[in-house]
Design a protein around this ligand. Structure first.
Ligand SMILES: N=CN[C@@H](CCC(=O)O)C(=O)O
Ligand SMILES: [Mn+2]
Ligand SMILES: [Mn+2]
Length: 314
């Protein structure tokens, strides 16, 4: 961890409180050669993919804002928390940054830690996936669960924030491996027919945002997800913050008019974590310059803490 990441792990200390009043900033430690087990936080300070995709840049500042929001969260059963620093988008091309992320993921997995990556645009997914493929070569059936308004299956000569799962599909095909992709929260108003057709051709399972609003619809979505979770060897959980309604998550490149209720997103995250099969998770698209009142950073911190606690329970 370099100095630019260490200083944000500061916050409130309730020294006159009785009982356990510790917060994240009291326990997060730099990831180093002594780190073993627990959760390794990795920042992906990159938004070149968003820029290439014609979106609104700013997500490169996401990891810093997210650490700031996490610092004051109270502890509640998290495993050991390590900060493995940032992949810096200013020092790398996008492709090199994705490779650097993949290497860092392989490093932390080698120490028995679970990577929890904080974006950065959703181009983070191509890096996280490559890291997992490197770290877990024997995991044949890796289920990708994406909570997102978008498929991110675009065709483009250069990778961007809208292409990562198509890049993964191409890689799986070249390797003769299954492409196992389940997306929840898709908006009919934010994906072209070409993307729905590509998703169908690739065997992608998806659920629309408008079909995931009520408690009954959540139960149906969870039943379908449970089938996928039961037959996989490992899970990569990825969350695009634009899956949430714009009033809750204004700080993203493409805010969602409808989105999924936060309680549904949390129930889905808890279900995926409870499978005990999650190998890595990431959270994409936090864009601090667009984040009125830090609302998106707060909701992102809540999700990161939930995932970290879910790793403890495995
Ligand atoms: N990661 C985001 N991907 C979306 C962005 C859509 C937009 O900017 O409007 C996509 O490519 O579909
Ligand atoms: Mn999205
Ligand atoms: Mn996305």
């Amino acid at each position: 961890m370099n100095n630019s990441t260490s200083f944000v792990w500061q916050g409130r200390t309730d020294s006159e409180e009785v009982g356990d009043s510790r917060r994240w900033h009291h326990v997060v430690r730099p990831f180093d050669r002594t780190s073993q087990d627990g959760v390794a936080l990795i920042g992906f300070a990159v938004d070149e993919g968003v820029r290439r995709n014609g979106g609104r840049p700013g997500a490169a500042e996401g990891p810093r804002a997210l650490r700031g929001a996490l610092a004051n969260l109270p502890l509640l059963g998290e495993p050991a928390l390590w900060d493995a620093g940032d992949v810096d988008g200013h020092r790398h091309s996008l492709e090199d940054a994705q490779q650097a992320l993949a290497s860092r993921i392989a490093d932390v997995v080698a120490r028995g830690c679970r990577p929890l990556v904080m974006g950065g645009g959703h181009e983070i997914a191509w890096g996280t996936f490559q890291g997992l493929a490197r770290a877990r070569p024997k995991c044949e059936r890796l289920l990708i669960v994406n909570l997102d308004a978008h498929f991110d299956l675009r065709m483009a000569a250069q990778g961007n924030s809208g292409t990562p799962f198509r890049q993964i599909a191409d890689w799986c095909q070249a390797q003769g491996r299954p492409f196992d992709y389940h997306v929840l929260g898709i908006s009919r108003f934010a994906n072209t027919q070409a993307l729905f057709d590509r998703a169908a051709a690739l065997g992608v399972r998806h659920r629309l945002d408008e079909h995931l609003q009520s408690a009954e619809q959540l139960v149906q979505a969870q039943a379908a997800l449970a089938e996928d979770l039961a037959r996989c060897d490992g899970v990569y959980l990825t969350i695009c913050l634009d899956v949430l309604p714009a009033p809750l998550a204004p700080g993203v490149s493409a805010p969602a008019p409808l989105g999924l209720p936060l309680a549904h997103v949390e129930a889905l995250v808890d279900q995926v974590m409870a499978s005990g099969r999650v190998l890595a998770a990431d959270l994409a698209e936090l864009n601090p310059p667009l984040d009125e009142g830090g609302r998106t950073a707060r909701v992102a911190a809540r999700l990161v803490a939930r995932i970290a606690r879910g790793f403890a329970a495995r």
